[in-house]
Design a protein around this ligand. Structure first.
Ligand SMILES: [Zn+2]
Length: 207
């Protein structure tokens, strides 16, 4: 694993300290499972939700809505199963260094449809305008401390990353998009099993 990847898997402490308002890990010392890019592939989302139900787990699903029909089907599946839904921008284009108005539209046009105020910008890239919008809209910007690279479709690599980087307060990222179709269930099974064997708890989102 090269230097760049290591810094993406877990953003360096200096970055975490620089952006205190951004969530990189869970202060409640429980593992948070997050799933990005949902909203385009409801049948895959359903498989993920079934797996979570089997283990009685909750995850935060960050959604885009390129296709409004598929988006609403996905939201329905997640709400029915009491999963957490959150904003990942209207579509998946980067908002980093884009004009304030562009960013606001990407965020707001996708808003008000979720049962949480978590927000994750596409690719995890944000700037001072993004932070301003989050403050104004009372959105909680959530990044991660365990980026699993599941979309590379190399299940052994993702397993290695999980085994090396998982901590009891990790915010872990997986992807519910077409790239991960063949491996998402297997890698999630591994992740859940590994976390439980370590004796770590999953966040239940109860107050
Ligand atoms: Zn994404």
């Amino acid at each position: 694993m090269n230097f760049l990847r290591k810094n993406i898997i877990t953003p360096p402490l200096i970055v975490q300290k620089l952006f205190r308002g951004v969530m990189f890990k869970n202060k409640r010392n429980k593992v948070i499972l997050t799933i990005d890019d949902s909203g385009n592939n409801p049948s895959q989302t359903l498989k993920i939700v079934d797996l979570l139900q089997k283990h009685r787990l909750k995850a935060i699903f960050f959604l885009n809505q390129d296709n409004s029909l598929k988006f609403s089907q996905t939201i329905k599946i997640l709400n029915k199963n009491s999963q957490i839904t959150a904003n990942h921008c209207l579509n998946h284009s980067s908002i980093f260094l884009k004009k304030y108005s562009y960013q606001e539209n990407q965020i707001l046009a996708n808003g008000n449809k979720f049962n949480s105020n978590y927000f994750r910008p596409p690719y995890g890239r944000f700037d001072h305008n993004t932070l301003k919008i989050c403050t104004k809209q009372k959105l909680k910007l959530m990044l991660w401390s365990l980026f699993t690279y599941d979309f590379l479709k190399d299940i052994e690599l993702s397993k290695k990353i999980i085994a090396n980087y998982l901590k009891r307060d990790s915010i872990a990222v997986f992807h519910d998009n077409f790239k991960t179709e063949k491996i998402i269930i297997d890698i999630l099974e591994y992740f859940i099993d590994f976390t439980q064997k370590k004796g770590y708890e999953f966040e239940d989102f109860k107050t």
